[in-house]
Design a protein around this ligand. Sequence first.
Ligand SMILES: Cc1cc2nc3c(=O)[nH]c(=O)nc-3n(C[C@H](O)[C@H](O)[C@H](O)COP(=O)(O)OP(=O)(O)OC[C@H]3O[C@@H](n4cnc5c(N)ncnc54)[C@H](O)[C@@H]3O)c2cc1C
Length: 371
Amino acid sequence: MIIQKTDIAILGAGASGLFLASFLNEKDYILIDHSQIPLKIKASGGGKCNFTNEFVSSENYIGNKKLIAKVLDNFSNRYVLEFFKNIKYKKIKNNQYFASSSNEIIKKIDKKKFLAEILSVEKDGNFIVHTSKGDIKAKKVVIATGGISYKKLGATDIGYQIAKYFGHTVIALTPALVGLSLQKEQFWMKKLSGVSLRVKIKVGNKTFFDDVLFSHRGITGPVILNSSLYWKKGKIKCDFLPEVKIKKSNKTISNALPLPKRFILEFLKAHNFQDLPISQSNQALKMLQNYEFAPAGNFGFDKAEVTKGGISTDELENLESKFVKDLFFIGEIVNVTGELGGYNFQWCFSSAKYVADNINKRNNKKYVTDK
Ligand SMILES: Cc1cc2nc3c(=O)[nH]c(=O)nc-3n(C[C@H](O)[C@H](O)[C@H](O)COP(=O)(O)OP(=O)(O)OC[C@H]3O[C@@H](n4cnc5c(N)ncnc54)[C@H](O)[C@@H]3O)c2cc1C
């Protein structure tokens, strides 16, 4: 039974859905979500939401670079900072912008929601959105239901199901920005739970320089989360001494190197090296600088900050379906995935603004130049 009619049904009131609504006329849309609170924004950045970065380009993303560049260019990190200028935020290491609290971001973009489970969408002239509380008739539908990682924060695969129903291809979904599990040869790292150190990792054509954190499950920390985005089976190369100038001395390797003692002792033991003076430890030093290993896998969707893969951009024109007019996709559901550092929220905001401009232009509404 049709219980409401609207011009635009926005499916999902997370980062991209709420941001889109910020550029539409309140009476033109209905925001549908099963959660009152945008839980991923709330949890993001350890509760402080890393909402953008000082340097953003298509190179920070996996996906269709041309489309990404166009969408980012229309609403760049500068516009995001301008939009949030009234909240407290600061730039920290690696040029990431963090809010003083995620609640500040939420307060700025939160809107009234129609609280219901989204079940399916059909099109018979207009769209009919079936929800647990009845049907909503809409002229346009924007799918902003996000990825499937972190189910406990409200994620479902409904957006992908709807996309498939309308003939879209969903590029294989895999966990990304996630910890990596280890093969037997690297189990020595599991004994280092809680230890962290700065390393350089080369994975494919990408090099990342940041902290690794050892855990009982495997390895995590920012450098590993970023590496997980580009890792597709096979070896990664790790330099455990990226900034260290090795000085000649009579000290043993465990005393001479500025590495956590637990780490170096475990490393030596695992590779049958003795704790000899640094001048006699060339082989161990070489291995520390060029440590190659193949992770076993990753910690899975439950621990992944994002879902890699999604709606094929080949089947979208300006983020609108090439198959079904007035059906749009924004945010993480699109086959665009950013690195760690605020790039995923930036994509959500830019893609939402891109579609807002498109819809406002079509409806001849004034928000179009109001970036
Ligand atoms: C722990 C964690 C920390 C993160 N930290 C950062 C960070 O600091 N910086 C960064 O850039 N990115 C971060 N991310 C990634 C970022 O949160 C996501 O990329 C972003 O939220 C995606 O926005 P979205 O609008 O596409 O989807 P979401 O924000 O996930 O919104 C989707 C909405 O759809 C709703 N929904 C889903 N299914 C249904 C259904 N069947 N019925 C009704 N409603 C439904 C959900 O309740 C949700 O509100 C983090 C992610 C996690 C999990």
